[in-house]
Design a protein around this ligand. Sequence first.
Ligand SMILES: Cc1ncc(COP(=O)(O)O)c(C=O)c1O
Length: 392
Amino acid sequence: MTEKKNRILEKIAREHGTPVFIIDHEKIRQNYREFKEKLPDVQAYFAVKANSNPEIVKTMYDLGASFDVASLPEFMLVHDNIKHLSEKERQDFIWEKIIYANTIKPAEVLANLNEYKILVTFDNVEELRKIKKHAPDVGLVLRIRVPNTGSMVELSSKFGVHPGEAVDLIAEALDLGLGIEGISFHVGSQCNNFDNYSQALNFAYSIFKEAELRNYQIGFIDKDGKRKKILDIGGGFPVKYTPDVKSFSSLSEILNSEIKRLFPNGDIQVVAEPGRFMVATACTLVTKIIGKAVRDGKTCYYLDDGVYHTFSGQVFDHQHYPLHSIKRGEKKVCATFGPTCDAFDTISLADELPEDLQIDDLLYAENIGAYTIASTTYFNGFPPPKVVHLNK
Ligand SMILES: Cc1ncc(COP(=O)(O)O)c(C=O)c1O
């Protein structure tokens, strides 16, 4: 299998040059299907920020996914796929299948969003006042702050109202004449502590209960004329980058049983915003050795991709993407550096690679699809890698 994969990677690199970022759309489809199979009652809004390649957005659209966008350009990327629909179909799609999940929105963006009846998240009263003024027609989902303990990427220091203040904020929205459709949270990205989800679900349950006791009406009327509340369980679904990461199956069992226990009445529409889960394992980077040196006795390889480019996930996403060699050989601890004229551009001081690799030999990194090419730069004049699509 590895030999076969190596030949494919080599062929792509020969044809397209390096660095080359390969997106396998069949793997994206598999990930989406797995998510739907294990969480059948959860509507999956793909978080576009994880990888906003337009072809990925198209594949997700063809699969019937919903979308979490967090900027106007991301919204327009999704909108490109629904341009051909009639006005009514387009409007229904936006309302039913897109959420603008950035709690902070500039006034101009709100004014733009108001044309579309779209769900947006918020977590503070200033935002509510802006929404009232510039976008009174959008739907509102209140984001609450929940524990992010043990998640690789922490989000709770920046987003979410404290659960103890949530119902008062709902009251402020209602006083302003705005409606609240539901509650959202995010347990932190690459979450390996599933208690975060259980605690967050309990917070959401308590807030819905307290709002009910205070006679605050939350929710929307669905197609069958039933009032429903949105419960948005965010992202965080972990990818098995390393064997210690817990399985998605065990998380889905916890989520299914906790949601059933806390919300047995069927008056809740559960949605999620998976980003990483859909794309991380679908992408591989192939890079070439462009320089070699021995420094303090250690073999150092200089590559044509690095930390300012696809490996930017090391900085922004706190992940490590081990490099593998297409050529075989006895492995030693080697250093790997990116191409820029900056020592920060160090991919690893401890990649296990053969020592006798030569200039032009190829290396590759797998599971590199989420929060990687999304944050690549043009630093030092080096452009992002070329993108190649498989199984589109
Ligand atoms: C609001 C929101 N939703 C969803 C996501 C996607 O999260 P993940 O990639 O962990 O699934 C993020 C990631 O930062 C986010 O901020």
